[in-house]
Design a protein around this ligand. Structure first.
Ligand code: PEP
Ligand code: MG
Length: 585
């Protein structure tokens, strides 16, 4: 008998390729990023001390709040805080938390989270108004305790002496960036999908991510060794040492393969019938610019500037920091263009943490250009910085989430204001840049002809275009089966956009994840696109596919696809044609 625990395999959606091996660290992202950290026997009493200390401080604050509420707002409101104090005095509640620390050897934060979750389930089952009120008190008190325990600090993974695999119910893109820069080898997540921002960030960091792993948090225990295989969409718990070695070898091979692909960087992306296709890179983090160059990008088609916030959150980047980063990007890749998308905050991206916007349905709320126009004071800084940095290279400014022409006009007015301000202050604002919009809301695609009169280029954002056209949350694994890039509705929106751009004589590119898939490249080119923007590592395969196809043939096929009724029919037609093409070659 060995004491090797049983090896188990859990399967989900492999959405970010690669292999990662490490110790599991659980993060309850839905509960404000509570980490489960292992505590050894000698640290248990210290954890309990931390808990008691937090309780004491929470009690002091509640006492003060209760007295003030009583004085200023009357006894009824003071009674709410009375209930909270009572709960903090409740030995049963605190006893359970302490027991969890002792028995499971976990940190106090996790014990508070887990105990609260268990009680929450019980209260919910009771389903009476009285218990509902008590449940609310419980959740409030748990938040209080967590605040006092962590002091607003998230734990660092830098202290681990081995790589870590983050296992989470949910993970925000900002947390993924923060963790990804530490000792993280991969992510295993309960929700998510192929185009969720957390997935996109994992790809930028070259970390594997398996999403849609239902209840994975319940089956993984802390510090268990696990393997994440993003290509196969599986997570292996407690792998044998032989399996670990095997996967580490495969990981090295994948890295070598990626390096080999950089060799095609000087080759042109030209079709068999001589049409040149521009291949650009999407980047989320400034350091990716070097990889874009290595993999042969002819420029940056999308820099998601909102991730600048991640470095700074909860503070905002100042104007000089913006200028420095944009200048560096432009200079590094000059004379090739850099498309800097103005902040696309909102939705799941940071607006709550940074700007304190609370919305019931943020994906349909103050996101992208809407937030920019609502908070001009903050976002004018970015525009000023772009106008100051624009001299360093070929700048393209791109507006996200445009749904109506007025937004473009208002953005232009904001640019004019920033320009006038800079001139008054003695700065020379750059005039030599292009202005474009993302076409990622169906209404923008449908009025693309009007938008085209006001801008120099379009970039089609299929990640959101599919989300909004199909009414499918791109982060929700339960409806991901409906998230079909090849749905004829999406192809028609793309075609409408390319046709409007062609009529107006402006450039059009595509920067959604759909553009990174070599299988779709012929169809997109057939629909009129001559520029694709994808993550740097996707470029060599795209180039290879482009060099094998003839545009005219795919133009005709694309038109046939536009007339089909379902995504399956389009998929079939594409599949048959690719096979015919392969047989002919
Ligand atoms: C898109 O929506 O396709 C896009 C590229 O933007 P993001 O993924 O950042 O929403
Ligand atoms: Mg988008």
């Amino acid at each position: 008998m060995t004491d090797q625990p049983e090896t188990r395999v859990v399967t989900g959606l492999g959405v970010a390729d690669g292999i990662g091996v490490g110790r599991a660290v659980c993060v309850a992202g839905r509960a404000a990023d509570v980490f489960r950290l292992p505590i050894d026997a000698s640290g248990i009493e210290r954890e309990i001390e931390r808990l008691r200390d937090a309780v004491e401080r929470a009690q002091e604050e509640l006492d003060t709040t209760r007295e003030r509420a009583g004085r200023e707002l009357g006894p009824e409101l003071a009674a709410i805080f009375e209930a909270h104090t009572l709960m903090l005095d409740d030995r049963a509640f605190l006893g359970r938390i302490e027991q969890c620390i002792r028995e499971e050897h976990v940190n106090a934060e996790w014990a508070v989270h887990k105990t609260t979750e268990e009680l929450e389930r019980r209260f919910e089952a009771l389903d009476s108004p009285d218990h509902k009120a008590r449940l609310e008190d419980l959740l409030d008190v748990a938040q209080y305790l967590l605040r006092f325990l962590s002091g607003g600090q998230r734990p660092s993974l830098g202290d681990f002496d081995e790589d870590v695999v983050v296992v989470a119910d949910d993970l925000t893109p900002s947390e993924a960036v923060r963790l990804g820069r530490e000792r993280v080898a991969g992510f295993a997540i309960e929700n998510g999908g192929p185009t969720s921002h957390t997935t996109i960030i994992a790809r930028s960091l070259h970390l594997p991510l398996v999403a849609g792993l239902e209840s994975v948090m319940d089956v993984v225990s802390s510090e268990e060794r696990i393997i994440v295989d993003g290509g196969e969409g599986k997570v292996i718990l407690n792998p044998t040492p032989e399996l670990v070695e095997e996967y580490k070898r495969r990981h090295r091979e994948q890295e070598d393969e990626a390096r080999r692909k950089t060799r095609s960087r000087t080759q042109k992306a030209v079709t068999l019938d001589g049409v040149e296709i521009q291949l650009l890179a999407n980047i989320d983090l400034p350091e990716e610019i070097h990889e874009a160059v290595d993999f042969g990008a002819e420029g940056i088609g999308l820099y998601r500037s909102e991730f600048l916030y991640i470095e700074k959150s909860p503070a905002l980047p100042n104007e000089e920091e913006h200028v420095e980063i944009y200048g560096r990007l432009l200079k590094t890749i000059s004379p090739r263009p850099v498309t800097i998308r103005t902040f696309d905050l909102g939705g799941r991206k940071l607006a709550q943490e940074v700007l304190d916007t609370r919305e019931a349905n943020p994906v349909l709320g103050l996101r992208g250009i809407r937030l920019t126009l609502a908070r001009r004071d903050i976002f004018k800084i970015q525009i000023r910085a772009l106008l100051r940095a624009g001299f360093e290279g070929k700048l393209k400014i791109m507006i996200p989430m445009v749904s109506a022409l007025e937004e473009v006009l208002q953005f232009k007015a904001l640019v004019a204001e920033a320009r006038a301000e800079l001139t008054r202050e003695g700065f020379e604002p750059c005039c030599d840049y292009q202005l474009g919009v993302m076409v990622e809301v169906p209404s923008a695609a449908l009025v693309a002809d009007a938008l085209a009169k006001e801008v120099d280029f379009f970039s089609i954002g299929t990640n959101d275009l599919i989300q909004y056209a199909m009414a499918v949350d791109r982060n929700n694994e339960h409806v991901s089966y409906l998230y079909r890039p090849l749905h004829p509705a999406i192809l028609r929106l793309i075609r409408q956009t390319t046709a409007s751009a062609a009529r107006a004589g402006i450039d059009v590119s595509i920067c959604g994840e759909m553009a990174a898939e070599p299988r779709y490249a012929p169809l997109l080119i057939g629909l009129g696109l001559r520029s694709l923007s994808a993550s740097p590592r996707a470029i060599p395969e795209l180039k290879k596919r482009i060099r094998e196809l003839a545009v005219e043939e795919w133009r005709q096929l694309a038109y046939r696809c536009l007339d089909l009724s379902t995504a399956d029919e389009v998929e079939d037609l594409l599949e048959r044609n690719q096979i015919t093409e392969e047989m002919a070659s």
